[in-house]
Design a protein around this ligand. Structure first.
Ligand SMILES: [Zn+2]
Length: 209
């Protein structure tokens, strides 16, 4: 035992490297040395090697995800993706990623989600500016400042109704207005039949007494 201790002390730097930087677990190193995990643990404690001091590199190596130790790469991702999204991309939990960012000495605040940027489009009926999320531009062709203007636009563009191509929009109109408007009024606004309004309304689970 005494002899073993001596030889291990000689390899302090190497053990430190393996256990704190190179992603090796206590079990793995103990196996390499042919001693028990417990024996290794007591040795490194005597040497003052603290497993709590595992650095960012160690975790990246241990998990086999080199980006986790690449501060430049991580900094390039901020703003492009949320912290949660980034964690998912790297296959780790958000909590782990936060700790890793701190281990790298980066500022966690830099990775917090920024309020989503809005873009200005114009109401297809009155041309008033409307702020929408950029993702909406892909799904929707026409935008409206209000439900009323959507209704008016639909009424005029009877045949072009599908041109909005967000099938949800009629449902949304019904959902927002069914308590203050009759089915006949909504049908007029949407320029669809009263029967269709009723069917859609019931399908949405909005039942009149
Ligand atoms: Zn408008």
């Amino acid at each position: 035992m005494k002899r073993e201790e001596k030889s291990l002390t000689k390899y302090r730097r190497l053990l430190e490297f393996l256990l704190l930087e190179d992603g090796k677990t206590l079990e793995e190193v103990a196996k390499i040395l042919g001693i028990s995990r417990q024996a290794l643990y007591s040795e490194i404690r005597k040497m003052g090697i603290d497993l709590k001091k595992r650095n960012a590199q160690w975790f990246a190596m241990h998990l086999g995800v080199p980006q986790l130790a690449n501060a430049d790469w991580l900094l390039q991702q901020k703003g492009k993706v949320t912290l949660r999204g980034l964690a998912r991309k790297l296959g780790v939990s958000p909590t782990f990623l936060k700790a890793q960012i701190q281990r790298l000495g980066l500022d966690l605040k830099d990775f917090k989600r920024k309020p989503s940027q809005l873009v200005i489009v114009h109401c297809a009926w009155c041309n008033a500016p409307v702020a929408v999320k950029p993702s909406k531009l892909k799904k929707q062709k026409y935008f409206f400042c209000s439900k009323q203007h959507l209704g008016k636009w639909l009424a005029r563009n009877r045949k072009a109704r599908k041109a909005i191509y967000d099938p949800e929009i009629v449902d949304e109109f019904i959902r927002s207005n069914w308590q203050t408007m009759t089915d006949v009024e909504m049908a007029e606004q949407l320029s669809i039949s009263v029967e269709t309004v009723k069917r859609k309304r019931r399908k949405l689970g909005l039942k009149r007494r």
